[in-house]
Write a protein that binds this ligand. Structure first.
Ligand code: HEC
Ligand code: HEC
Ligand code: HEC
Ligand code: HEC
Length: 195
């Protein structure tokens, strides 16, 4: 009660405080949005990953260039599309600063190749656990015109639906050179179902 009373007695100060708080929050929101936008461009990712060959390998693949010009860029496949996981992924990605400036881990072709399988497996694990969430933000299984697909695709997709296989189990190595070693389903098992 006494707090309310004090606030009432100092209403001008209270109002100023509230306005300041509002302006501050909007400021934080706007700068947050700027950071998110600036770190979500192809140029931002390529500024480091041009050296690591992932950009060169992706160039010319169907997700970079195709008949209609609709593309998938790095962040479309590598960053979650829901707010909570997106912010978490951005925080987690700050480790890449450490592995760029303090203890460079992929700055030469040899180091990159030595680490490729480990990095690819991180990506696969995440996609297996999320039922290929990133792929599905563009490719909706229930909106695919199966009749327009090739015979083998129709057969495999029907099987995938029946067996609960997810996109990344079959479509890995689609944007970069396929890493050596075991495939996603050999490593992480069949965990999730295709809708
Ligand atoms: C400051 C340089 C830098 C920038 C900018 C950067 N990365 Fe990386 N990235 C790295 C380094 C270094 C690694 C290797 C980390 C390690 O050794 O564990 C890495 C690893 C990765 C991996 C492998 C999986 C993993 O978590 O280790 C993916 C995928 C990736 N980056 C995607 C991206 C995307 C997408 C962007 C743009 C949003 C991006 N990176 C921006 C430096 C960078
Ligand atoms: C930003 C949207 C987007 C995302 C994310 C995306 N794709 Fe695609 N994908 C496309 C477009 C656009 C095409 C080309 C369609 C065309 O022109 O035929 C395509 C084509 C394909 C093809 C057809 C290849 C061919 O040679 O015909 C496969 C397979 C595919 N995507 C799988 C995936 C998988 C797996 C993922 C997740 C790792 C994924 N896509 C993520 C938009 C996306
Ligand atoms: C059981 C393995 C399997 C699974 C799981 C699977 N696919 Fe496929 N998909 C194939 C095969 C095989 C083809 C035909 C060859 C090719 O294009 O790679 C194909 C073809 C495609 C094509 C091209 C179709 C065409 O006719 O041009 C797209 C796009 C595609 N898949 C997307 C997806 C997406 C998105 C998912 C997850 C919802 C998925 N696939 C799950 C095996 C699979
Ligand atoms: C169509 C989806 C897609 C796009 C677009 C894409 N990636 Fe990937 N990326 C993957 C998948 C899937 C993997 C896991 C390994 C694999 O299957 O090739 C991967 C793996 C990686 C890795 C781990 C090392 C390796 O070679 O496996 C890095 C680093 C990476 N991507 C960076 C990038 C950068 C940078 C861009 C943009 C220039 C990009 N990716 C665009 C799907 C994509």
């Amino acid at each position: 009660m006494s707090i309310l009373k004090t606030l009432r007695n100092h209403w001008k100060l209270t109002l100023t405080g509230l306005v300041a708080l509002f302006v501050f929050s909007v400021g934080v929101g706007i700068s947050g949005a700027y950071v998110l936008a600036a770190t979500s461009t192809e140029e931002f990712c390529v500024s480091c990953h041009e050296m690591s060959y992932n950009f060169a390998e992706y160039k010319g693949t169907i997700h970079d260039k195709n008949r209609t010009g609709v593309r998938a860029i790095c962040t479309d496949c590598h960053v979650p599309h829901t707010p909570g996981p997106l912010v978490l992924a951005k925080i987690k990605a700050s480790k890449d600063m450490y592995y760029t400036y303090i203890s460079p881990s992929i700055d030469t072709k040899e180091k990159f190749e030595a680490k490729r399988a480990v990095m690819a497996q991180r990506v696969w694990k995440e996609m297996m656990e999320s039922d290929s969430h990133q792929c599905r933000s563009c490719h909706r299984a229930d909106k695919m015109d199966v009749d327009a697909q090739s015979g083998v695709a129709q057969k495999k997709h029907a099987k995938a639906k029946a067996e609960g296989t997810t996109c990344i189990e079959c479509h890995y190595g689609i944007a970069h050179t396929e890493p050596s070693g075991p495939a996603p389903s050999e490593l992480f098992g069949k965990k999730v179902a295709v809708n």
